[in-house]
Design a protein around this ligand. Structure first.
Ligand SMILES: NC(=O)CC[C@H](N)C(=O)O
Length: 383
């Protein structure tokens, strides 16, 4: 099926099943292949594009007005965008925000990321829901000469994310200290000068706002690369260990992360994990992860805390999930998605070890779940 509604298209998106969407390109020129997902957040496109967990993925934004607040130096979640590209309904308008320093198109172009505007994102989102996250090729060529057959072939040739470890490509090369706290008016990001707990954060593609939330909860944070061993971590004599978010398949990344996590568990330290960190903690405890149909990507996902009965509105970004049926004795399911009942949190019965699938650091999204950082800090205070 071909959407011919666009006259003079300068970009096109080809799905592996042969469906083609035409539109107007912005950002970098060229082409790229990836898995396609959709994100329903109304704000935070800059944070979404720079979330390292989107490596290997192109993001369709269901909210139609994207780009109209420009971009700024403060809102990056990592140094460069790591989502492969973006698909939007309307071409971005001239930015209107006192915080904006650049247009979205220029920012994407400088970072080699391709975007397409003018796409029927409702139809595309329906296709993603029906087929499961499709493999796609996205091309931006101002001449408008597209070899559709070749693009569909490229999309078909994309190997997908299952079995793929992408964390090694987005982790830090060397360890570093982190003391920046959450953004606050009027000074921006204050520094943590009186930390109470020493935390090692293992970086599988950590979002900056997670590190800020740890600092705001009273942690002195040392970030270590994804391949750090339990010995490397314990050498820092931490009060607790944090397992970050990250891209790719937890089963693949877990090949080296799981032995490390088991070593840390043997040392009886408090452990807290988010998203990929949650999934790999579940694997280390004997659970299983599965690929979802189209995942959860948004900033309004209701999650129920099974222990208090309270519902949190959360930020989400995941395409794999922990199979709650696979959790062994001694591990409790603490949080559940109210959209589809999938697992959103676990804890060990007898140790201060817990993790969540959603994003308590938000960025973008609601901050209902920030208490989890405080819970981690309290568990370090109690040991
Ligand atoms: N945000 C994340 O950490 C994502 C985890 C994992 N890559 C997934 O897609 O499920």
């Amino acid at each position: 099926m071909v959407d011919t509604s666009q006259s003079h298209p300068t970009a096109c998106l080809a799905l592996a099943d042969g469906t083609v969407f035409y539109g107007r390109g912005f950002g970098a020129t060229g082409d790229t292949v990836a898995e396609l997902c959709f994100n329903t957040a109304m704000t935070g496109y800059q944070e979404i594009m720079t979330d390292p967990s989107y490596a290997g993925q192109i993001v369709t934004f269901t909210f139609p007005h994207i780009g109209n607040t420009g971009v700024n130096a403060d809102d990056d979640e990592t140094a460069d965008p790591v989502a492969e590209g973006m698909v939007v309904k309307w071409d971005p308008t001239e930015p209107s925000s006192w915080r904006s320093t650049q247009t979205l198109g220029d920012w994407l172009a400088r970072r080699g990321r391709i975007a397409i505007g003018g796409v029927d994102t409702r139809r595309l989102t329906r296709a993603i829901r029906q087929q499961g996250a499709p493999h796609v090729a996205l091309s931006h060529d101002p001449t408008g000469n597209f070899d559709i057959g070749a693009l569909v072939e490229k999309a078909r040739g994309f190997a997908g994310l299952e079995g793929v470890d992408l964390a090694k490509g987005v982790t830090c090369a060397q360890s570093y200290r982190w003391d920046e706290m959450r953004w606050a008016w009027p000074d921006g990001y204050p520094r943590q000068s009186q930390p109470k707990y020493k935390v090692v954060a293992v970086d599988y593609g950590a979002k900056r706002n997670i590190l800020r939330c740890l600092a705001s909860a009273g942690c002195d944070v040392t970030v270590l690369p994804a391949t750090a061993t339990a010995q490397d971590i314990l050498a820092h004599k931490p009060d607790g260990v944090f397992l970050s978010n990250g891209p790719g398949d937890p089963a693949a990344t877990g090949k080296y992360a799981v032995p490390m996590i088991r070593g840390v568990l043997d040392a009886d330290l408090p452990v807290f994990g988010i998203c990929l960190g949650h999934q790999m903690l579940a694997l280390a405890l004997g659970g299983r992860t599965v690929k979802m149909n189209h995942g959860h990507h948004g900033a309004n996902h209701p999650v129920k805390d099974m222990e208090t009965g309270k519902v949190e509105i959360t930020s989400m970004n995941h395409g794999f999930a922990v199979d709650s049926q696979s959790l062994p004795n001694g591990v409790v399911e603490t949080h559940v998605s109210l959209f589809d009942g999938s697992n959103c949190g676990i804890r060990m019965k007898d140790k201060p070890v817990f993790s969540v699938q959603h994003h308590p650091e938000a960025s973008p999204g609601p901050q209902d779940s920030f208490y989890l950082f405080e819970r981690f800090a309290a568990s370090m205070g109690a040991t």
